[in-house]
Design a protein around this ligand. Structure first.
Ligand SMILES: *[C@@H]1O[C@H](CO)[C@@H](O)[C@H](O)[C@H]1NC(C)=O
Ligand SMILES: CC(=O)N[C@H]1CO[C@H](CO)[C@@H](O)[C@@H]1O
Ligand SMILES: [Cu+2]
Length: 159
């Protein structure tokens, strides 16, 4: 009997976890080719735009940021209210110190009533020009969109 209850609990738990809530961001200089020319820019995980975060409404995410560049960096979660959690919100020297070259920082992102597509970006000087990506917040598991379910999704990021 105890075993059965335990299994049921596990299944419920799994059903609730639709997306990974841990991400690893490595900030580094990367050679990117555009219009037949290579240029070194700052990226996350060598991608431009950076990786997309997928989450469910109301979930909490942990992003492990490793600064592998020679610049001070912070990452801001644009549009996330971060209730009672400004300490990993990103604005450099306002809510947190920069992540210095060679250091890492565990950013906790608390989603509350956000739903839809928002974004993350570097929050220090010019780094924001290339260090950014989308955050796609789906409804809570088992609930529906606040609008008719779209046919397809194509995130468009204007740099
Ligand atoms: C990087 O951040 C540290 C700590 O806040 C600061 O002492 C240093 O001057 C910063 N470096 C640059 C290049 O801004
Ligand atoms: C892990 C680590 O320290 N990586 C790099 C962080 O950035 C500095 C400055 O560019 C590099 O020297 C480190 O190798
Ligand atoms: Cu912003």
């Amino acid at each position: 009997m105890a075993m059965k209850t335990y299994t049921l609990f596990l299944i419920l738990l799994l059903a609730n976890v639709a997306f990974a809530n841990h991400y690893h961001f490595i900030v580094k200089e990367t050679s990117i080719k555009r219009l037949c020319k290579s240029k070194k820019i700052l990226t996350v995980n060598g991608k431009f735009p950076g990786p997309t975060i997928y989450a469910n409404k109301g979930s909490t995410l942990i992003v492990h940021v490793l600064n592998n560049s020679k610049y001070n960096i912070t990452i801001h979660w644009h549009g996330v209210k971060q209730p009672r959690n400004p300490w990993s919100d990103g604005p450099v020297y306002i809510t947190q110190c920069p992540i210095q070259p060679g250091s890492k920082f565990k950013q906790k992102i608390i989603l509350s009533d956000e739903e839809g597509t928002i974004w993350w970006h570097a929050h220090n000087k010019w780094a924001r020009a290339t260090v950014y990506g989308a955050i796609i917040v789906y409804p809570k598991p088992g609930t529906s969109y606040p609008f008719p379910k779209p046919y397809a999704e194509i995130p468009i990021i204007l740099g």
